[in-house]
Design a protein around this ligand. Structure first.
Ligand code: F6P
Length: 413
């Protein structure tokens, strides 16, 4: 590679998105790339020529280690949809003008389905106009809904947080309920796919019975059936804990969170903000049963918890970044790194590269065979899939009692 590179982070952050950034930067440093730029707030910032000089932050291996332990998107993120090429060429011309101005040979974009659309559009435009710049996708999403790849960096760490927190709140809920149980409803992210909510099943083991029910968006939610099941559980148990996906919908297509009045905000990709489903259900159960209820929304905690990130996930996220840079160095473009699991027990992982056109904008649901027939639980097939992914921990660097992070300088000039 003779020119410079730029890396962007896009979409919802994860606990390991900075490990992928560290991977790209590590490879680029190894081959002596002169300038390693970061996009401040993804392609949206790039369009304003808002760049970060990664050389000011990454000078040695210790800096790489701190970046890997830093939650959220170090460079800042965005949810920005590139317009269709036809009729909007000025947007693409602007991007290529900035690439040329900084002698950038390769653009890396770390993101999920929507972000891979950006890689697709830019590589298509380059091919159409005979431009020499190359574009590589690095997978990332806690939702785990990218196709082709076995799983997505970021998913396992969010799953580990969810499994851990489920165990802890189940313990808490079990401490009361001598006469009547408290009904605890936990809301988990994942948009239209149940991968993350399924992770609540990973809390099950010899020291924890796990949630009593798990509801994923792949199945239509039936309110009457749900209430009947809750009443039955409440009559039999001193603690009832239920995991629900933020994206569950009733038969007429409305999200459960909309029944309580939430979900007004819609982003550039047309995604509604899904939040409030646990509160809606807890209020409904309280009104129907008179029992004490509590709603917990894991919300951004589940994607920001780098202090309990999976070491397997951190290593794979780093590898995806590193290998994307290596592939670009070999002249590849318009592709994304894919994780291939060769064996689950013992766990053996490999990597390949796949055409971005098969990946951008495609959402992969949780396989139907892992959802129990009545649609209220997740079976062992999923557990076998996910368990190897959440193994291992990386000790944070504690300063004054809290984990230390790498932060962008405010006045970057
Ligand atoms: O795409 C990742 C994700 O965390 C989804 O699971 C969730 O629905 C969404 O982002 C929330 O996005 P925001 O924080 O922008 O509301």
């Amino acid at each position: 590679m003779k020119g410079n590179i730029v890396v962007g982070q896009s979409g919802g952050p994860t606990a390991v998105i900075n490990s992928s950034l560290a991977g790209v930067v590590s490879y680029a440093r190894k081959i002596g790339v002169e300038k390693i730029y970061g996009m401040h707030h993804g392609i949206e910032g790039f369009l304003k020529d808002d760049l970060v000089d990664m050389g000011e932050y990454i000078r040695n291996d210790e800096d790489i280690e701190l970046l890997k332990r830093t939650p959220s998107a170090f460079l800042g993120s965005c949810r920005y949809k590139l317009p269709k090429i036809e009729g909007n060429e000025e947007v693409y011309d602007k991007i290529f003008e900035i690439l040329e101005k900084h002698n950038i040979e390769v653009l890396f974009y770390i993101g999920g389905n929507d972000s891979m659309d950006t890689v697709k559009m830019l590589s298509d435009y380059a091919a159409m106009k005979g431009k020499k710049q190359r574009f590589m996708g690095v997978p990332k999403t806690i939702d785990n809904d990218l196709p082709i790849t076995d799983h997505c960096p970021g998913y396992a760490s969010a799953a580990k947080y969810i499994a851990t927190s489920m165990k802890e709140v189940i313990r808490d809920n079990e401490s009361f309920g001598v006469e009547k149980p408290t009904i605890l409803i936990c809301e988990i992210m994942g948009r239209h796919a149940g991968w993350l909510t399924a992770a609540a099943a990973l809390s099950r083991g010899e020291d924890c019975s796990g949630p009593d029910m798990i509801y994923v968006p792949e199945r239509t939610f039936d309110m009457d059936d749900f209430l009947a099941r809750v009443k039955k559980l409440a009559a039999e148990k001193h603690s009832v804990v239920i995991a629900v996906s933020e994206g569950i919908k009733v038969a007429d297509g409305r999200f459960v969170c909309e029944l309580g009045g939430g979900a007004d905000y819609v982003d550039a990709f047309g995604h509604k903000q899904l939040s409030g489903c646990a509160v809606t259900l807890a209020n409904k159960v309280a009104a129907e049963t008179g029992l004490k209820t509590r709603a917990i929304e894991f919300s951004t905690l589940q994607r920001a918890a780098t202090h309990i990130a999976s070491l397997t996930d951190i290593n794979e996220a780093f590898a995806c970044g590193y290998l994307a840079a290596q592939a670009a160095d070999e002249g590849r473009t318009g592709e994304m790194i894919v994780i291939d699991v060769k064996n689950r027990d013992p766990y053996q992982v490999g990597y390949s590269i796949h055409d971005i056109h098969d990946i951008a904008d495609v959402e992969r649901p949780l396989p139907a065979e892992w959802i129990t027939e009545d649609g209220t639980d997740i079976n062992d097939g999923y557990v076998k899939y996910a368990l190897p992914l959440i193994q291992g921990e990386l000790q944070p660097i504690f300063v004054n009692g809290t984990p230390h992070h790498m932060v962008l300088k405010e006045n970057r000039g």
